[in-house]
Design a binder for this molecule. Structure first.
Ligand code: FAD
Length: 304
């Protein structure tokens, strides 16, 4: 089965964009290939790509850097690189926890954060944490380099703002967790069968300087809509509340009453998924509070 005619490995973003332009829509960006090649094989590969543009040799896309309290993760950084980063484990723990549960080791070794976002499924695990981190994407879109809020990258299920036959996702940038801030991610999967998450939840919280009260929070729970969303009512209700188990319990109930997951034959019934919203909000908020209060941060649930 032939999947492509030509394969290019540009060394810079300029070179990648030039190649995409030269093929005028007949070439597509590839990173780890864990989504693209699986989809192509499922189609039967009857229409091979004229060219694939492999972006994993572009140094700018492979780096994790920190500058002025902002962390930048290249779009070509693999899930394994993320899991192994001490900087991310400490200051963007939810991202390590979400990338650490993607597929198995083989998928994590080649699958990238950029591929997770460009594939544009609202349930992407890396995506959920990037939304909780309020990340911005650095993109080359219609020939222009710009930064957009992560949620603007999603136009619908599997529909990205970017046309990966013409545009390039370069990196993601977000503020690293400061003192009194912490993040956490948890996911609920079916124990067997189709490996689709029932729900995933990423949270970011900031406590006040006494570490007893919420100052701000972001909760990303997915998949609930066609694009990644946040639990706005819960985020607003948390501000000024004591960082206690009682507050967590109220927020779990609020999330259950304000978010409306639908029944999916591949995931679970709406009723079960609503129950799981409560479970996830309790687990992630409790963990994030513990981290923000104690500074004791060890990523949980990360696969070997
Ligand atoms: C067995 C298996 C298990 C999986 N389990 C999970 C899971 O648990 N959770 C999860 O979220 N995902 C899972 N996935 C999906 C997949 O592994 C991830 O979404 C992964 O992050 C995709 O990255 P990639 O580098 O392989 O993307 P690719 O397949 O290379 O690309 C995916 C799409 O993004 C585009 N693209 C890639 N990089 C760029 C870029 N820099 N600029 C523009 N466009 C780009 C490509 O053109 C393509 O359209 C699984 C996949 C498999 C095969």
């Amino acid at each position: 089965m032939k999947l492509w005619n030509h394969y290019h490995t540009p060394a810079t973003t300029d070179e990648a964009i030039e190649l995409l332009a030269r093929y005028a829509g007949q070439a597509q960006v590839i990173a780890g290939g864990t989504d693209l090649l699986v989809d192509k094989r499922a189609e039967g590969g009857y229409h091979p790509h004229e060219a694939l543009i492999d972006v994993t040799r572009i140094p700018e896309l492979r780096q994790i850097t920190t500058e002025n309290d902002f962390i930048t993760v290249g779009a070509g950084v693999t899930h394994t690189q993320i899991v192994k980063s001490p900087e991310l484990a400490r200051y963007a723990t939810c991202l390590v926890e979400s990338c650490g549960v993607v597929g198995g080791p083989q998928v994590r070794n080649v699958g990238t954060l950029g591929g997770n976002v460009a594939h544009a499924l609202p349930a992407g695990d890396g995506t959920t944490s990037l939304v909780a981190l309020d990340a911005e994407a650095d993109i080359i879109y219609m020939g222009e380099r710009k930064r957009v809020p992560i949620r603007e990258m999603y136009l619908g299920p599997g529909k990205s703002l970017l046309d990966s036959c013409r545009d390039l996702l370069v990196s993601f940038r977000f503020r690293r967790a400061a003192d009194c801030e912490a993040t956490a991610f948890k996911r609920i999967m079916r124990p067997q069968g189709v490996a689709l998450p029932i729900l995933g939840c990423g949270v970011w919280i900031r406590l006040d300087e006494t570490r007893r009260q919420f100052e701000a929070a972001r909760l990303a729970i997915a998949p609930i809509g066609p694009t990644p969303g946040r639990a706005d009512e819960v985020e607003h209700a948390l501000i000024g509340q004591p960082a206690t188990g009682e507050t967590v319990e109220r927020m779990a109930e609020l999330a259950q009453s304000t978010l409306h997951p639908r029944t999916s034959k591949y995931r679970a019934t709406a009723g079960y998924r609503r129950e799981m919203i409560g479970v996830l909000v309790r687990r992630t908020l409790t963990l994030a509070i513990h981290r923000a209060q104690t500074g004791d941060i060890v990523p949980e649930g990360v696969g070997a």
